[in-house]
Design a protein around this ligand. Structure first.
Ligand code: NAG
Ligand code: NAG
Ligand code: NAG
Ligand code: NAG
Ligand code: NAG
Ligand code: NAG
Ligand code: NAG
Ligand code: NAG
Ligand code: NAG
Length: 726
């Protein structure tokens, strides 16, 4: 549930690693070991020069290498009867320097895991309709079309021998979603890039142009790590026809290969929205006839608005997509102009639930639940509008009477039950508690199969029931992954302290073999966003436990700007980047110094990325900087006036409350590069910044490093030519 712009620390983005993305994620995690190694290096230097004492590293400590090589598992998807679930695992090897991946079946009764296939051509394995053993998957190669893919059908009973090709896809399409039609066919959706004329884009069929020059006539030149072109993401629909064979023979699915681009019919639509948009940006009704998707507002410049609408379109593409909540839609709720997301059809196909923010240019505004009644074009109801939480995902219960929401809540992601007829004052109740829910699927028992992670585990699969809570644990990574076997809930704790204007939450994470009677150096963790949070979740990048296990106690506060504690805490950071949050951090550091005898704050290191990197740079030029032995900033802004070189202009226009020309004083108010701050720089600093960061271009890191060096502050620059902001 990425709410934060400068840095997305979303568990769903980073924990439920799909096989396709595993390789890229592995690269990202090398950063972590570099930061850890740097911090250890520096501490060694300080030990020699200031004789501050030793760092205690336990023999059972989790190393950066172990974190990187530990298995990464996708969500567990149950079959219709709820007997088994499918999931994938990927694993990086330091011996072969390669990532291998495989799919497994998890027996939900016994917890037993059996491997189904380790063929790397298999991705997005899912259940075929209402069968308990039939499978559908995307095959990453295409026998006829270079760069194309295929849809295959198979069966759990004999994966290899029962597999056959059902459709050829002309491009690298993915994001398979299906519904069985009345006549037994499978209507499917996939997505990928589209040429302006609606044809699926296949990179391998395109000749390298003779010139690499680019020309642009309007804003939005690049986005995150990509230079934008006239191509866009689109959803394609197709059908696998059920061939009814004669008596005794099994039926089979085939496709004539024809695909309809459901997005291209309306100018300027795009879905899913890159880079984080995925199959959750669209849905197909249970009868396969109707498709819903989100797209950014086609009539507005994309770089300076977050507005997006939900569209409905027939699966066969016989009509153009129509917005249900656009400026011209009859039912659009008054003054609701922000980002729409998560469209989901009710089981009977008569309603569509979705989420939407109010503000037209604020990406971290609260999401509210809306329900649209299909065929009654002007009806959109709001549910629990006054609930001070921002759900990130919706599912209908099987009876269509309730919605189950995955919602960030006090540094966890919990499941909440919301009746579909709830009024605006209704306060949904959670039925899960610790950790962070990454995915959840309904079971015939009325329970949900939940895939989650926590500070102490990369994956737990459990069942939970609305109104009851957790009913059983099916799988725990800590029981099977050797590197994780010494981790447990007691590795982390939390506390609240008096911040600048309200009570602030913080995690505290202990190293392995922690002994309260000893003292440990402090690692002070500052999150990005700024609208984000340190949650009870596992990360393969900023993993609390790996940092802690280098001999530190990690303190990870959620100061002003953090999400999951209500709108006010989130919203108060606008125009206040260096004030309240800085003061919240100072007060956290003082609280730690005064209350935790086992933490030696005189041996402290602070680290942060994105907004957290900005904050590190701000701390360097302010009194708190003198309390640390070393600082690490990853992709932080440094020069206030350089903010305008970013890509999503709405972000800074919201955060600094106005334009670069009319409100320049807001941009400059908290400028780490102002002379009076630079003159305070004194603490050794690691600067991490990579070439493909188009949000805060590499020049920010270079400028900072240049200044640190010229001021004679011990510093190092770590940069990757092929890495982006995250
Ligand atoms: C897949 O598993 C088989 C049998 O365990 C093994 O021989 C093979 O090397 C594996 N292939 C890959 C690509 O991991
Ligand atoms: C994937 O399919 C292609 C085409 O048949 C084949 O050459 C390749 O070996 C397959 N990969 C694996 C891991 O089986
Ligand atoms: C994937 O597709 C290729 C090309 O059609 C085929 O040779 C290969 O056997 C398929 N692999 C699987 C696992 O479906
Ligand atoms: C669409 O445009 C692409 C790129 O110019 C081209 O290769 C393709 O043939 C076009 N498709 C149709 C149906 O005209
Ligand atoms: C392919 O199948 C679809 C869906 O059944 C149908 O609408 C379309 O007309 C067919 N196209 C061709 C070229 O046969
Ligand atoms: C957004 O950019 C467009 C130009 O692309 C400009 O006309 C419009 O005024 C801008 N809106 C805001 C709110 O800055
Ligand atoms: C709901 O969350 C609260 C914390 O706000 C927790 O104490 C409670 O146990 C959770 N309920 C369930 C059923 O997990
Ligand atoms: C809150 O922070 C502001 C800005 O740094 C500061 O001026 C003010 O004194 C702080 N308030 C309290 C109660 O600490
Ligand atoms: C932003 O600016 C508007 C007027 O331009 C003002 O009313 C509002 O208080 C400002 N918000 C903040 C957070 O400074």
């Amino acid at each position: 549930m990425p709410t934060s712009s400068l840095c997305v620390w979303s568990p769903s983005t980073y924990i439920s690693v799909t096989v396709r993305r595993a390789a890229r994620l592995v690269l990202c995690t090398f950063l972590l070991s570099c930061v850890a190694a740097y911090l250890i290096d520096n501490m060694r230097v300080f030990q020699l020069t200031t004789a501050l004492g030793s760092i205690i590293v336990s023999a059972t400590a989790l190393t950066p290498e172990q974190l990187i090589a530990a298995p990464r598992r996708s969500d567990a998807i149950p079959n219709p009867s709820g007997e088994v679930a499918l999931f994938s695992t990927s694993e990086y090897s330091f011996e072969t320097h390669a990532t291998s991946s495989w799919w497994s079946l998890l027996d939900l009764e016994t917890g037993k895991v059996t491997q189904l296939t380790n063929d790397s051509n298999v991705s997005e394995l899912t259940w075929l309709g209402s069968t308990d053993s039939g499978l559908l998957y995307i095959n990453g190669t295409n026998a006829e079309i270079p760069g194309g893919t295929e849809i295959w059908v198979s069966d759990t009973s004999d994966f290899v021998n029962s597999a056959y090709k059902a459709a050829s896809l002309p491009a690298p399409l993915s994001g398979l979603k299906t519904a069985i039609t009345k006549s037994g066919d499978i209507n499917f959706l996939v997505y990928g890039e589209s040429w302006p004329n609606g044809t699926a884009y296949n990179k391998e069929l395109v000749a390298t142009p003779l010139s690499s020059a680019r020309i642009h006539d309007s804003i939005y030149v690049r986005h995150w790590d990509t230079w934008l072109t006239t191509r866009f993401n689109a959803i394609f629909s197709g059908t696998l026809k059920k061939k009814r064979a004669g008596p005794g023979a099994t039926s089979a699915y085939t496709s004539n290969g024809s695909l309809k681009n459901l997005v291209a019919g309306v100018k300027n639509l795009e879905s899913p929205y890159p880079p984080f948009g995925d199959a959750s940006d669209y849905d197909i009704s249970s009868d396969g006839k109707l498709v819903a998707f989100k797209s950014k507002a086609p009539e507005l410049p994309r770089a300076n608005h977050t507005a997006s609408y939900i569209y409905l379109v027939p699966h066969d593409g016989s009509n153009k997509a129509v917005a249900i909540n656009g400026p011209d839609s009859p039912g659009t709720p008054k003054d609701i102009k922000g980002d729409s997301s998560s469209p989901v059809f009710s089981p009977d196909g008569r309603h569509l639930a979705y989420l939407q923010m109010e503000d037209i240019s604020y990406e971290s505004d609260r999401r509210t639940v809306y329900v649209h009644t299909i065929d009654s074009k002007d009806t959109i109801r709001t549910l629990a509008k006054n609930w001070d939480r921002s759900p990130g995902a919706i599912k209908w219960t099987a009876d269509g009477k309730n919605l189950v929401l995955n919602t960030e809540d006090s540094a966890r992601s919990r499941l909440f039950l919301l009746p579909a007829d709830a009024g605006n004052d209704f306060k949904p109740k959670n039925f899960t508690d610790g950790g962070s829910v990454a995915a959840y699927y309904g079971l015939p028992s009325g329970e949900y199969l939940v895939s989650s992670s926590a500070i102490h585990t990369s994956r737990t699969v459990y069942t939970a029931k609305p109104g009851e809570g957790v009913t059983g644990v099916v799988f725990s990574a800590n029981e099977v992954d050797p590197a994780l076997k010494n981790l447990g809930p007691s590795d982390a704790d939390e506390f609240y302290y008096k911040g600048n204007w309200t009570d602030i939450h913080s995690w505290i994470v202990y190293p392995s073999g922690f002994d309260k009677s000893k003292t440990y150096p402090l690692l002070f963790y500052i999150h990005g966003g700024p609208q984000g949070s340190w949650g009870d979740s596992w990360s393969t990048r900023w993993n609390y436990k790996v940092f802690a296990d280098q001999g530190y106690v990690v303190v990870a506060p959620n100061p002003t700007g953090s999400t999951g504690f209500g709108d006010k805490l989130t919203d108060e950071i606008a125009n206040n980047w260096g004030s309240y949050p800085y003061d919240d951090l100072v007060k956290c550091w003082e609280h730690v110094r005064d209350n935790f005898d086992f933490i030696d704050t005189s041996r402290g290191v602070a680290a942060g990325a994105s907004y957290g990197g900005f904050m590190i740079n701000w701390i360097q030029g302010n009194p708190l900087g003198r309390e640390f032995k070393a600082l690490a900033s990853h992709d932080g802004t440094f020069v206030a006036d350089a903010k305008v070189s970013t890509e999503e202009l709405w972000f800074m226009e919201h955060e600094f409350n106005g334009t670069f020309w009319d409100n320049r004083e807001n941009y400059r108010r908290f400028d780490p590069s102002a002379p009076e701050h630079i003159k305070q720089f004194a603490t050794p600093q690691l600067v991490i910044h990579s070439d493909l960061d188009y949000r805060l271009p590499i020049s920010e890191g270079l400028a900072l490093f240049n200044i640190l060096q010229e001021r004679g502050v011990p510093s190092r620059l770590l940069s990757f030519p092929d890495e982006n902001h995250w």
